[in-house]
Write a protein of this length. Sequence first.
Length: 216
Amino acid sequence: MSIAHDHGGHGPYTVEDLHAREDEGRGLELEDGWLVKLSPNPLHNIAYERLRQLIRKAAADAGASLFVASGSDWEIETAAGIRKPDVIAVPGDVADSWFDGDCPTTIPGHDLLLVAEVVSPRSGSEGRDRFRKPQEYAAMGIPQYWLVDYTPEPFVQVFVLEDQEGPTGRKLPAYRLDQSAKSGGILEAEVTADKAFTVTFDPKVLTERPRHLTEL
């Protein structure tokens, strides 16, 4: 795990510490009182931006009211602290409320319809994307979690939330793999918003070489 030491390397840190940094916490998440580095790279960033465009277009074509954002500057609050998913989808009425002065510094996880993480292989964030974050997002009640690999070939997994029986017999929210597709296949993922819509694409488009640089 990559730790971003600050204030002499002494923790634990708070949300206020994260935002008080000169860089305002860019490129960092807050996990259990520690600042941890995100692991972006150009291909990772291209993949999540293309995924955002696909989700946004599918929602618009269906007439669904949805705000879809990409990038690490959007913060959501989980039990561990602050996460910055690669893609988030927020119901339109929630996004509309931000213009009325109800604009939170961090978006409560329970307000989201979908989050997606693009895995940077062999990085400090890979384990968190695959194991830690799904647990946090499920606990927040986020209906869908998408996990995207872009190497050695594009591969997308869609997990949906359901109650599963825990070790003590108590029902707990957890993700179940609903579907997956790799390069050359077709993913058809239905998202429930004010109007349900389906995102359909071949994962190869996430890393396909553009014909023109303006398509990046």
